[in-house]
Design a binder for this molecule. Structure first.
Ligand code: IPM
Ligand code: MN
Length: 396
């Protein structure tokens, strides 16, 4: 059954969403939306994986805001929730069964909360669910915007929203993540552990190309010249990252109007803190992207406001907040749902519903500007998870 503001067949709108929309959308606009919808006939299928810990509570707020925004724009979608995560693993021994994976392939997008369970050894759920989804669906881009919203405090002295507004394009299917590694004579004095990294020309080229295309699009939107920064460690990982440098140079030739630079990852880490304004689009390898985007989250005000998209352009992609499952605070209404809410915006952007995405982002901006959200740190917001969601929804 399809959910939207106009095609309400079989759909019971939540009272909250209704009360927000009442008075905002005139009968005339409703009718117009209905007509647009009838022509479009599109009903997005969104798979929801709340996952573990705080996943469920932040996803609930993301879906609330998504519902208001979609109804306001006459965009319809249906959601199907999947029970995947630590609890299921402990109950059944299953992480992500092939049958579920096959089902997920039939959706337009996957909205993901978090995984990670204190009773499950590290690696089981990460590899068995999250990484499996990234690899099986070939989600080669991990898109992680680093944006300081007005009204949010950054730990960087003197930096403003003008200074912190870039995206990290993290390669998402190769590097040290792709191979299992081997241990020879484990638990002996002679133990040798090998944890290799893999880089393919095809994998490198497609993600670098994505970064250039994104830089061109963002520059156009902002009326600024485009720039792409490559981050690697080509001075040590001369073979693997040498390939990255060569491919970067080759792709760059196709974009003569895009400014380019290459930084070693150590220098890049320093520059994230000292001169974040130099970055527009950063493209980097999987592991460096993992590390740098936690730093990115920190400078944009914290992990509570950092969204991400695991993307394969044109195919089913998966959207998740950068934060994890935070089991110690789960179920207490202490988690900040803004990352999950902005993640829903990224998902709609990916589906081509730019207006829905903008609506959500603007609502987050307005909610932050009220000053009612005192901090983005869990437990210090001055509001509960649900109250932050309600506040954002009221501005959609
Ligand atoms: C992330 C996480 C994952 C990663 C873990 C949970 C496997 O840290 O999405 O950034 O390393 O990619
Ligand atoms: Mn990470």
């Amino acid at each position: 059954m399809c959910v939207n503001s106009t095609n309400a067949e079989g759909f019971k709108p939540s009272k909250f969403v209704d009360s927000i929309l009442r008075g905002k959308i005139s009968a005339g606009k409703m009718k117009a939306l209905k007509e647009v919808q009838a022509v479009k006939g599109q009903c997005y299928k969104i798979a929801v994986i709340p996952g573990d810990g705080i996943g469920a509570e932040v996803v609930r707020e993301g879906l609330k805001v998504l519902e208001v925004a979609c109804r306001a724009e006459g965009v319809s979608y249906e959601t199907v929730s999947f029970d995947i995560g630590g609890e299921r693993y402990l109950r059944t021994g299953e992480t992500l069964p092939e049958s579920v994976l096959d089902e997920l392939r039939r959706f337009d997008a996957i909205y993901f909360g978090a995984i990670g369970h204190p009773d499950v050894p590290p690696g089981v759920l990460e590899r068995g669910i999250l990484l499996k989804l990234r690899f099986a669906l070939d989600l080669f881009v991990n898109l992680r915007p680093v944006k300081l919203y007005p009204g949010v405090e950054t730990p960087l002295k003197g930096k403003t929203p003008e200074d912190i507004d870039f995206v990290v394009v993290r390669e998402n299917t190769e590097d040290v993540y792709a191979l299992e590694g081997t241990s020879f004579q484990p638990n002996t004095e002679n133990e040798v552990a090998i944890q290799p990294a893999i880089y393919t020309r095809r994998g490198t080229e497609r993600v670098i190309r994505y970064a250039f295309e994104l830089a061109v699009r963002r520059a156009k939107e902002r009326g600024k010249p485009a720039k792409v920064t490559l981050v690697d460690k080509a001075n040590v990982m001369t073979v693997g990252h040498g390939l990255w440098r060569r491919v970067f140079g080759e792709v760059a030739k196709e974009y003569p109007d895009v400014e380019t630079e290459a930084l070693y990852v150590d220098a890049a880490a320093m520059e994230f803190v000292l001169h974040p304004e130099r970055f527009q689009v950063v493209v980097t390898t999987n592991l460096f992207g993992d590390i740098l985007t936690d730093l990115g989250a920190a400078i944009q005000g914290g992990i509570g406001i950092a969204p991400s998209g695991n993307i394969h352009p044109g195919k089913v992609s998966m959207f998740e907040p950068v934060h994890g499952s935070a089991p110690t605070i789960a179920g207490k209404g202490l988690a900040c749902p803004l990352a999950a809410i902005l993640t829903a915006a990224l998902m709609m952007e990916h589906l081509g519903e730019t207006k829905v995405a903008q609506r959500i982002e603007e609502a987050v901006t307005k909610a932050l500007q009220t000053g009612k959200i005192r901090s983005l740190e869990a437990g210090k917001m001055g509001l509960s998870t649900q109250e932050v969601g309600d506040l954002v929804a009221s501005f959609v």
